[in-house]
Write a protein that binds this ligand. Structure first.
Ligand code: ADP
Length: 529
C-alpha cells in the first residue's frame, strides 16, 4: 500500500535508472542533513540543505509528493531543533531554524510554480501537435486540391517594385510583361495533397524543385490578378484560371487563398483549387444545345407562320385582283364612272396594306422583330393566332373557341413572345387531340383578369390530358412523348414567360383534357381602368 502510494507519487518523466540514482542521492543527503542537524554540534543552518533534497526529488515527484516531502523536511528540521535545543530560548538557533524553514517552504513554492508552468507548456504542446495532426489529416485527405506554397519571395519582389515607385501593377505589366514570368518563377511549392497531384498530373521529380511557371497558362490573366491582390495587400483572393497539367492538358480551376496578416508568414500560404473543366464544358454544351433548340423551336413556329402566310395572302391578293378588274371595268365605261373607280382603288390600297402587314408580321417573327415591350391587346392577339393557325384547325378538324374577358385586356409585353407561347400551346393542344373523336376536338381559350397585377390566358383542350409521369417532367428540356417531338416547346414557353415576371401553369381539367394557363403581368395597368 505504502509502496503503491510512493510509486504513484513518483512522476513518470525521465528514465527509471536516472530517477533511482537521484532518489538515492536525495535519500542519503536527507539522512545526512538530519543526522548532522540533530546529533552534531554544528552551529549553522544545516537544515537549509533540505532544499537540495527537494530540488533533487522535484523531477520524480508529483505536486502532492513534493508537498509531502516539504512537510517531512520541515518536520525533521523542527524535530532536530527541539532535540538539540529543547524548549529553552536560543535566539541564534531559532533564527537558523526560521531561515531553514523559510528556505524549504520557498523552494517548495518555486518547485510547484515551475511544475505548473511546465504542465501548461506540455499541454500547449500537445494541443499544438494535435491541431497539426488534424490540419495534416484534412490537408492530405481533402478532395479539394490543396497546396502549401511559399509566396514570401514573390511578395518581397512585389513590395520592392512598390518601393521603387510602381503604384499600379496592372499598368506596369502592360509595359513590362516579363514581370509575370519573373513572379511565377519565385513561387515554390512546399507540399501538395493527393487531389492536387491528380489535378496537375503526377510529377516525376520532386515538388520542391518546381516553381509555378510550368503550370500557368501563358494567356491566363488570373495570375496577374493574384499578384495584384498581393501587391495591394489584400487578405483574400478568389479567381478562375487556366492551369497546364504535366501532360500539357488545360484545366479550368477555381482557386481560393487567404494571405496572412504577418508578412513573415507568406512562406506558407495554403492554396485551394477545384477543377471545373468538366462542369464548364457541360454547361457550355448545354447552353449551345438550348440555344440551338430555341432557334429550332422558333423556326418551327416560323414554319407554321410561313404556311399560314400563303393562306393569309390569298385572300387580300384575290381581293386586289377582283378590285383591279372592277376598276378597269368602271374605267372602260363611256363615260368612265370615276366615283366607282375611286372606291375600287381605295379597296385595292386597303387590301395591299393588309398584305403588306401580313408579310411584315411574318418577317418580324423570322428576324425576332422589334423586341421592345408594347401594349398588347390580348383579344386581338388571340384572333391573330386563330387566323395564323386556321390551316392547322381545318386540317385536324379542331374547333377554336374564345371565352373573352369582360372588358378589353391589354398588357405591356413583347407581342411576338406572347404569340410564340400561345402558338406553341395551341399546337400542342391540336396534336394532343389527334386520337379524340372529331366532334369533341375543341380548343377553348379563356381570357380574364387574375388580380391587380396579372392577366390569365388559358388554353384548354379535350385530349387525353397529361399523365402523372409526364406532369413531373413537362417543363424539363428534351422531355417529349411524341415520336418526332423535340421536348423544348414548353420549357421555352415557361422560361419566356418567367423572364418577363409571368408564369406557365399546367394541369388537367376535371372534365378531361389538359389546360395550360399563361399568367402575364400587366405591368402598368393604367390603361385597364
Ligand atoms: P414536344 O411538343 O416537342 O413534345 P413540348 O415541350 O411542347 O415538346 O411538350 C412536352 C410534352 O408535354 C409532350 O411531348 C407531351 O407529352 C406533353 N404535352 C404538352 N402539351 C400537352 C397537352 N396539351 N396534352 C397532353 N400532353 C401534353
Amino acid at each position: 500500500m505504502g509502496s503503491a502510494i510512493v510509486s504513484k507519487l513518483i512522476n513518470r518523466r525521465g528514465t527509471l535508472s536516472h530517477e533511482i540514482t537521484l532518489g538515492l542521492i536525495a535519500l542519503v543527503l536527507g539522512a545526512t542533513v538530519f543526522y548532522v542537524d540533530a546529533f552534531t554540534e554544528v552551529e549553522s543552518a544545516i537544515a537549509v540543505l533540505y532544499v537540495i533534497v527537494l530540488l533533487l526529488s522535484a523531477e520524480m515527484l508529483t505536486r502532492i509528493g513534493t508537498t509531502l516531502l516539504t512537510i517531512v523536511c520541515a518536520a525533521l528540521t523542527l524535530f532536530a531543533y527541539f532535540y538539540s535545543h529543547g524548549l529553552g530560548e536560543n535566539v541564534p538557533a531559532q533564527l537558523r531554524l526560521a531561515v531553514s524553514l523559510a528556505a524549504i517552504t520557498i523552494t517548495c513554492a518555486l518547485i510547484l510554480r515551475n511544475e505548473t508552468a511546465r504542465a501548461g507548456l506540455i499541454e500547449a504542446n500537445l494541443h499544438l501537435r494535435d491541431s497539426e495532426t488534424r490540419y495534416r489529416y484534412i490537408f492530405e485527405h481533402s478532395r479539394i486540391a490543396l497546396w502549401e506554397r511559399d509566396y514570401s519571395a514573390v511578395r518581397s519582389f512585389l513590395m520592392s517594385l512598390k518601393a521603387e515607385g510602381v503604384s499600379d501593377l496592372k499598368d506596369y505589366y502592360r509595359t513590362n510583361p516579363g514581370v509575370i514570368v519573373a513572379c511565377t518563377g519565385l513561387i515554390r511549392t512546399i507540399a501538395a495533397n493527393d487531389a492536387a497531384m491528380e489535378l496537375l498530373g503526377h510529377m516525376t521529380d520532386g515538388l520542391h524543385s518546381r516553381t509555378m511557371r510550368r503550370y500557368i497558362a501563358p494567356d491566363d490573366d488570373t495570375f496577374l490578378d493574384l499578384m495584384n491582390a498581393i501587391f495591394c495587400g489584400e487578405r483574400h483572393f478568389e479567381g478562375k484560371g487556366n492551369l497546364i497539367t504535366e501532360n500539357g492538358e488545360s484545366r479550368l480551376v477555381i482557386m481560393s487563398m487567404s494571405f496572412p496578416e504577418d508578412p513573415t508568414a507568406f512562406n506558407r500560404v495554403v492554396v485551394g483549387m477545384v477543377d471545373i473543366t468538366q462542369r464548364e464544358m457541360m454547361q457550355k454544351a448545354l447552353r449551345e444545345a438550348q440555344d440551338e433548340l430555341a432557334r429550332a423551336s422558333r423556326a418551327a413556329t416560323v414554319g407554321t407562320l410561313s404556311a399560314s402566310l400563303a393562306h393569309e395572302l390569298n385572300q387580300p391578293l384575290g381581293a386586289i385582283v377582283v378590285n383591279a378588274q372592277t376598276l378597269l371595268r368602271w374605267l372602260n365605261r363611256e363615260p368612265p364612272d370615276l366615283a366607282a373607280v375611286r372606291r375600287s382603288a381605295e379597296r385595292i390600297i386597303r387590301d395591299s396594306q393588309r398584305a403588306s402587314e401580313i408579310i411584315h408580321n411574318t418577317r418580324s417573327m423570322l428576324t425576332q422583330g422589334d423586341r421592345t415591350p408594347e401594349r398588347v391587346d390580348l383579344e386581338t392577339l388571340i384572333e391573330e393566332t386563330r387566323a395564323l393557325m386556321e390551316h392547322d384547325f381545318q386540317r385536324d378538324m379542331v374547333d377554336f373557341d374564345v371565352n373573352p374577358a369582360e372588358m378589353p385586356l391589354k398588357v405591356k409585353a413583347i407581342r411576338i413572345e406572347l404569340q410564340q407561347v400561345l402558338i406553341n400551346l395551341v399546337t400542342n393542344a391540336v396534336q394532343a387531340m389527334r386520337e379524340t373523336a372529331i366532334d369533341r376536338r375543341k380548343i377553348l381559350v379563356s381570357l380574364g383578369r387574375k388580380d391587380d397585377i396579372f392577366v390569365s390566358l388559358s388554353v384548354r383542350d379535350f385530349g387525353p390530358g397529361i399523365s402523372e409521369e409526364a406532369m413531373a417532367k413537362l417543363f424539363t428540356p428534351f422531355f417529349t412523348t411524341k415520336p418526332s417531338g423535340m421536348g423544348m416547346g414548353l420549357s421555352i414557353c415557361r422560361s419566356t414567360l418567367e423572364a418577363r415576371g409571368g408564369q406557365l401553369i399546367a394541369g388537367n381539367h376535371p372534365d378531361g383534357g389538359a389546360i395550360f394557363e399563361m399568367i402575364i403581368p400587366i405591368e402598368d395597368d393604367h390603361d385597364q381602368r
